[in-house]
Design a protein around this ligand. Structure first.
Ligand code: FEO
Length: 401
């Protein structure tokens, strides 16, 4: 038996690290890589929880064999079908042909669709069903749309371990240890926010429903499919998810702007300086052409204030600003204080388009929008400073309330 992968009791970590991929889902940068976590319960009925990206199957299989040798696996529980976790199902089935795949009704349709597997080795579970493995008893909770419709979570009642799928996961490989008690977890908090805001962020209500469903469980360990295994820090992680899925955020302001030649950027700098004068300490400034949208979205989930700036470009918004706004609307972010500013050279358009975004977002509009022709003037400077003062006052008023 390989004791170094032991989590607790008979639960082992058999996940892998991906340090090669540049973009998760071919969209989201992975500067610190990502892990695909899978877990093995070495009980009378040996049980595997989720698999890994198929590129890492050989490493995965070796990890499994280092624990159970040539013994068979009886059950494969599939909590989530996105291929970063389901990608090795076909190869697992090839090596363990008698394995029974445990999932819900929606799972099996996807297994057939993705992998062409349709046999009688399926065990369909419904909400609150249980499965005894010998020493361990698993109970299943359907948690649709965290992050796909078939998503479920599996709770090991024997050890209090929640196999939570994507929930409570984060970007970043697990380097050396995987338990939160054995590694410095500082770098994972921001990556959990970035993971949540970009991957799961649209599904705040389903996450709230899932948290409600899990609230009566005595969770001792959270075994997510990405990032560390949470033990001592499990309550902080659950609290963070609770806040993010309610769209709650801290006192602070994101200023996201486009600027081709630095003129619109001068408006952003003026606003930021006045926010600071007004005592706002957390100001996250992003030039949308430089910062990947995934980091800006993460900050928008982090802070209550949002100020957007855009030049007029071909009679429209600056393209990268337009892209960011569409990402915000897609995630149905709620409860932000919004200010905006636009610029133009000969025909105004950006400020009008930002006004349309303000209407669609249903954010609370703060201050007067500022518009600039060509370059900053004392009058525009004063308007930018007034916008900043209004934003600071609105943030302070919310904090007091
Ligand atoms: Fe990590 Fe939704 O897959």
């Amino acid at each position: 038996m390989n004791a170094k992968n032991l989590i607790k009791g008979r639960i082992h970590y058999v996940g892998v690290n991906d340090r090669s991929k540049h973009l998760f889902e071919a969209l989201w940068p992975l500067p610190g890589g990502v892990s695909y976590n899978s877990y093995l319960i070495d009980d009378e009925a040996v049980t595997l929880i989720d698999t890994v990206d198929v590129c890492y199957f050989e490493v995965f299989l070796e990890k499994i064999r280092s624990i159970i040798g040539e013994r068979p696996i009886q059950y494969l529980v599939i909590n989530h079908m996105e291929p970063d976790h389901s990608g090795s199902i076909r190869l697992i089935k090839h090596h363990y042909p008698d394995i029974t795949i445990v999932g819900n009704k929606q799972t099996f349709g996807m297994i057939e669709g993705f992998y062409g597997i349709h046999d009688d080795h399926f065990l369909e579970v419904r909400d609150n069903d249980s499965l005894t493995l010998g020493h361990h008893t698993l109970r299943f909770y359907l948690t649709p749309m965290v992050h796909w419709p078939e998503t479920m979570m599996t709770f090991d009642e024997t050890e209090g371990a929640l196999f939570s799928g994507d929930a409570f996961g984060c970007f970043g490989t697990v380097d050396g240890g995987f338990l939160d008690t054995r590694i410095n977890t500082d770098r994972y908090r921001d990556e959990m926010i970035r993971y949540y805001s970009n991957i799961v962020g649209k599904y705040g209500m389903p996450v709230q429903r899932a948290l409600q469903k899990l609230s009566a469980l005595d969770i001792q360990i959270i075994c997510s499919t990405h990032g560390p295994v949470w033990t001592d820090q499990r309550c902080q992680v659950i609290d963070l998810y609770d806040r993010m899925s309610r769209y709650e955020a801290d006192k602070g302001v994101v200023i996201a702007y486009g600027s081709m030649y630095g003129n619109t950027e001068q408006m952003a700098e003026t606003i930021a300086a006045e926010l600071s004068n007004e005592g706002i300490r957390d100001i996250a400034m992003h030039n949308v052409s430089k910062t990947h949208a995934s980091y800006i979205l993460a900050d928008i989930f982090k802070y209550r204030g949002l100020i957007i700036g855009s030049p007029t470009y071909s009679g429209q918004l600056y393209p990268d600003v337009d892209f960011l706004l569409s990402r915000i609307l897609l995630r149905e972010v709620k409860g932000r204080l919004l200010g905006y500013f636009g610029s133009y050279c000969w025909a105004s358009a950006a400020a009008k388009r930002l006004g349309e975004f303000a209407d669609k977002s249903k954010f609370q509009l703060v201050g007067q929008p500022v518009e600039m022709k060509q370059a900053i003037t004392p009058a525009v400077t004063e308007q930018c400073e007034q916008l900043a003062r209004n934003m600071a006052a609105a943030l302070n008023a919310q904090t007091i309330a």
